[in-house]
Every structure is written in C-alpha cells, then in structure tokens.
Ligand binder design. Structure first.
Ligand code: ADP
Length: 459
C-alpha cells in the first residue's frame, strides 16, 4: 500500500481524498495556490506545498509544479480528484515516467475516452448502443449538412475533447448549421485547445443516466449501479440521485452487464463512469465515459456502502477488488444537491467571505464541503462550495430529508443556490420522479430588456 498520497486538487474533493487516506492510514500532501493558503485541505493534510499563483493554469494545472511537489515530499502516488488534471493522460504519463502512481486508469485508456469520437467507436465495437451521428470528427459545413440530413434534425454538435458542457451547439435546421459549426469549433479550440467537433442526433428531453464501474488490474470489473443526473442547467448537473426512479431491477442488471463488458473490452481499470441518455421510450444511448471520480459519487456510496475513493486507492496499489458483483447490494435512495456560491435567480457567481455557516446533520445526511464560517470563496475557481447528500429508506424519505436539511442550512455573507434547490424539490414532477434534462426550462423567465440581468441567455 502507498505510504503517502499527493492530492492534485482543492476544495471539497481534496478533503474527500484526505478522509479516505486517513481511514487507510496513508499520509497526505496538499498542494495549493496562493489563493488557497488558508483552506481546510491544507490544514488537514500532513504536508503541504504551494504550487503557484491563484490562476489554475499557473497552479492546479501546472504539471511540473505538481510533480516537483510529489518528488520533494516523497509521495508515492497522486490522486487527481475531478476537474483540473483528472483526465490528463499527460499527467498520468509523466507520473509513470517518474515512478509515481497515478490514481486512475492507464494513460492509453484516458486518451481513448478523452477523444469522444474515438470512444464512441470503441464502445460501438463493444456492442454499446449509440445515437446515430458522424463517424469521427466533422470539419466542413458540407459534410455536417450531409450527416444531419442522414440522421434528421435536430442534431447536436459536440467537441471531441469536450467536458463541462462546453463546445456544444444544438442545430434545428440546415440554415443554422454554418454558424453553429463555426461557433462550436471556436469554443472547443478556446476551451480545450482542439477545435475538432462531431455530430450526433439531439434527443429532446431525455434522461441522463450513468453507471459507475470499478476495475482492478487483475481483470475484475464490477458496476455499482446507476445515477440519474437529469436535473441540469446548461448541461451542468445540479441534482443527482441513485437509483434512478426510471429503472427497473431488470434494466439495471442488463445495463450493468453491458457496461461491465464494455469496460472489459477497453481494459478499463480504476473508477469510471459510463454516461447514457435515455429517451422517452426507455432506450439507452452511450454518450461518453469519464475516466475519473465524479462529483456525484457520494450518492452511489450511500446506497452501496462502498467507499469509492478507498477502492480507487486500493486498485491503484495493485490490490484486487475486495468484493464480487453479486456482493454489491443497493439499499434505499440517495439524492445530492450541489450548492453553488451563485445568485439563485441569475446564477451569477457570488464569491466572498462566508460569515456564518451551519448545515444540520441528523439521520441520513452527509455534507462534503470545504466551507466554514469566515472562509473565503475564491472567484478563481468553480463555484460549488458544498454537496448535501441525503439518504433515506426510499425516495420519499430522501427528499424529505433533503428538504429539511436545505431549510435549516444557514449561509451568510454570500448567495447560494439553496433556494433554487428548494424550488426544484417542491415541483410535483420532481417528487413524482418525472425527470428530464429539460426539467430546469420551467424556471427560465421570459427575456427582459438588455442590461436588466435577466435569465434570457439560459434558454
Ligand atoms: P460534457 O462532457 O461536456 O459534460 P456530455 O456529452 O456529457 O458533455 O453531455 C452533457 C449533457 O448535454 C447531457 O447530460 C445532456 O443533457 C446534453 N446532451 C449531450 N448530448 C446530447 C444529445 N445527443 N441529445 C440531447 N442532449 C444531449
């Protein structure tokens, strides 16, 4: 087992990894930017190293600085968390060259899945159902129009290197294609440094359902069931739950099997998520595989009782999975609300100092956060400040727990999305489990005159 793990991340996920390491008796090294000097992940790690100025590009994305920090402190492994370098095949390769274990899949698998259009080909070969679309990247308007003609409108243009919902454009008619293609390519180039895009059929109001897998280096792969992440704004998840209210045990078993076989086909190791869209007829279509820990992993942990981060560490250390598929059981229901430092009406970021912070505990409540009274929410990074995860014997109880937890949450000094979550929970469609990626459209207010801070752009 590892003696010391460096965590190449910040915020709640850095703390989450520290928690797992402490329970496993492994020492930790925090890295931090100048903006995070007083953060809890720095306080609770055994050692810490400043890796640069606040801008992510100069600190949390700075591979040489992170590798030097690992070498100076004698860390034998790096956990990348999510975001930042978590899906960087380059970091995984440099780790290999420096004899530091990267806690994640092999670089070749990260590369394969990181290229969404290659990933789709590999998954199609493994028998996973796909949305009709272009076979590989599409560069010119003529080719794009031909693909769209073949599959039928609406279509969606997506970045080959995509992530975080960026570089996507919905195209409803041929007239929109040229502009949409150029905008998507430009956005992809700016966000990922690669302008390649591909096209697939756009589903109207599908559900986003994803499967969690774990694979060791001895050929064992298991799935931990699914998460439903249909409540999204601008393709970004807001609320996640497990199990999905839309899945029967039979479908779960069938999809689980399929995903395990697909993971085996690409020799997948460590934790991964296979994302699907489910249409209104209950048909599944593969979207992408994420080669990292997901923000929403706690809902799976709550229903399976499996600590995914500890499993990631054990797998990376070469251990066999300690359980078989038949030993994975699902108990009750779990829901997660992502609490962001944002105005709940306009969704504009609300960084600043938190003057008062209190989130009630009680039965079935888990809070993953770096926030506390008098802490600063930095404008430099993602606005998520906490994840509230509630577990109940059934979905009804999980929702009731989430509601009372949100109602009793006190955050002063900054604005948060707590009121928005209460609105979501109060929707009859939510309580009835009638979810889709179009769910949030109902909260979009009609456009107001320019400059009035409306939600117009959220259409
Ligand atoms: P990213 O990697 O940028 O997060 P994804 O491929 O995971 O992008 O898609 C994110 C979200 O975008 C999905 O959860 C869904 O809401 C929407 N989306 C993506 N592809 C489609 C599609 N073909 N049809 C309908 N919605 C889609």
């Amino acid at each position: 087992m590892f003696k010391k793990i460096l965590i190449a991340n910040r915020g709640e996920i850095a703390l989450r990894v520290i928690v797992a390491c402490r329970e496993l008796g492994i020492k930790t090294v925090a890295v931090y930017s100048e903006a995070d000097e007083n953060s809890l992940h720095v306080r609770f790690a055994d050692e810490d190293v400043c890796i640069g100025p606040p801008r992510s590009a100069d600190s949390y994305l700075n591979v040489p600085a992170i590798i030097s920090a690992a070498e100076i402190t004698g860390a034998d492994a790096i956990h990348p968390g999510y975001g930042f370098l978590s899906e960087s095949a380059y970091l995984a390769e440099v780790c290999e060259a420096c004899h530091i274990r990267f806690i994640g899949p092999d670089p070749a698998v990260i590369k394969l899945m990181g290229d969404k259009s290659r990933a789709k080909r590999a998954m199609k070969k493994a028998g996973v159902p796909m949305l009709p679309g272009s076979d590989g990247p599409v560069d010119g308007e003529e080719k794009a129009l031909k693909v769209a003609w073949d599959i039928g409108y609406p279509v969606i243009i997506k970045a080959v290197a995509g992530g975080g919902g960026r570089g996507m454009r919905i195209v409803k008619s041929p007239a929109e294609m040229g502009n949409a293609l150029r905008t998507a390519q430009r956005e992809a180039e700016a966000a990922f440094g690669v302008g390649d895009v591909y096209i697939e059929k756009y589903l109207v109001a599908p559900r986003h359902i994803e499967f969690q897998v774990l694979g060791d280096h001895h050929g064992n792969v298991v799935h931990l069931g699914e998460r439903e992440c249909s409540i999204q704004r601008r393709h970004q998840k807001l609320v996640e739950e497990s199990p999905s209210p839309a899945l029967s045990d039979k479908v779960r078993r069938k999809m689980g099997h399929l995903v395990v076989d697909a993971a085996k086909a690409v020799q997948y190791t460590n934790a991964g998520t296979f994302e699907f869209l489910m249409d209104t007829d209950g048909k599944f279509y593969f979207m992408e595989a994420n080669t990292r820990l997901q923000v929403e992993h706690p809902v799976t942990e709550m229903v399976t009782g499996i600590d995914i981060v500890k499993e990631q560490i054990r797998i990376a250390a070469g251990e066999r999975l300690s359980f078989k598929q038949s030993e994975v059981t699902f108990t009750g229901h779990s829901i997660e609300c992502r609490i962001n430092a944002e105005d709940p009406e306009t969704f504009t970021p609300s960084p600043g100092v938190i003057h008062a912070w209190s989130v009630p505990g009680g039965p079935g409540v888990r809070i993953d956060t770096f926030a506390h009274s008098e802490c600063t929410v930095s404008p430099y990074y993602d606005s998520m400040i906490a994840k509230i995860i509630c577990h109940g014997r059934d979905r009804h109880e999980a929702i009731a727990r989430m509601r009372r937890t949100l109602e009793m949450t006190v955050v002063e000094g900054i604005k948060t999305t707590v009121p928005m979550h209460l609105k979501i929970l109060a929707e009859p469609d939510f309580t009835a489990g009638k979810l889709s990626t179009a769910f949030m459209d109902r909260f979009v207010v009609a456009p107001k005159p320019a400059g009035s801070g409306s939600l117009a752009e959220a259409s």
